[in-house]
Design a binder for this molecule. Sequence first.
Ligand code: PMP
Length: 397
Amino acid sequence: MQRTLFRRGALLAQKAAVEVSLLPMSAPIQPRLDRAMSSVTIPPPECMLRPLEVPFRYLFGPGPSNVPPRVLAAGGRGIIGHLHPEMYEIMNDIKKGIQYAFQTQNNMTIAMSGSGHAAMECAVFNTVEPGESVLVAVNGIWGERVAEIAERMGANVHIMVKAPGGVFSNGEIEKALAKHKPVLFFLTHGESSAGLAHPVDGIGDLCRKHNTLFLVDTVASLGASPIFMDQQNIDILYTGSQKALNAPPGTAPISFNERACQKMFNRKTKPVSYLFDMAHLSNYWGNDGQPARLYHHTGPVCFGPVSGLLCLSHQYLSWRHHREVAGYLWKGLEDMGLKLFIQNKDLRLPSVTTIAIPEGYNWREMLQYIMKHHNMEMTGGLGPSTGMVSVRGMLKF
Ligand code: PMP
């Protein structure tokens, strides 16, 4: 009897395509709904009654980038539940794709719900406790952001500052590590506001020597510029889905190694964010060895990011391709008489090219002209590089 009732209920819900929760019945609902409808005084807005229109643009800013048809198609797949076994399988695949892209075997690897900032906050909130010392390398906007995030959660923040696009030597970094004894040191690998690919070799070893976790931002560089999380002793690495991964924005891959896990799972205080608490997220992603994966939040049930990772895997990390295409662009720009902001070719970010604003030109007017006449998005600098550069990302596929 009960089973028949369940089956009929399920069929009914399917037909009506409504959400069904098993709750006790209350007073007759129809009259209440009629009364509620007659009290609606704000009509639906005109714009919500029109079909959505999205113009085509060449996205040559530092991100988001145009998305290949295959990734777009993946985004149009049906939705399944965020706790369905099939979803867990897809999450397991996403994890493997991230491990490949990061060149890591870290078990504690997930894709955050949210943009690159989500991963940035997740990394800081989980590994730092209020009052602890944090060292941040600032040579563009992203160091500034991380310093502010750490300051907001009560860390004792120290910054090393260079002009946009400046490079910190390992000697300078070691001196600051010895002086400030931070629990965490932050560096941006691909500083998109300046177009710099900062060298990373040797810094992880220095951090180990000084008992510091090494956190690296690869939002603008992952997939375009070589990075080896395990070999380079990077303790925490994150990126975003909307840049060289060629997927829509909204998910942010992040990975923590054993040292980072030791620190973040042995803390005295809870992280300030519930949503970004790795104790919960690691369970939801099946990383904590528990038999059950429990509800923490509704994870990103969208297949764009996984498809971006698939593309990346098919191209076997297309660093060479990026470098070649970027080299072609750099030469063309220089042949036109333009100056590139990062002079040393070896330090240029292949995914984001920065052009020094030619004297006597208004960068805003130039960008507006390019958009109006060529349907191309390019951007100006950001934070400390505003007014110094115009930024051009790259169509990769
Ligand atoms: N880090 C870098 C290097 C970036 O280029 C960006 C985005 N431009 C971010 C972090 C922040 O990412 P999001 O906008 O996805 O939050």
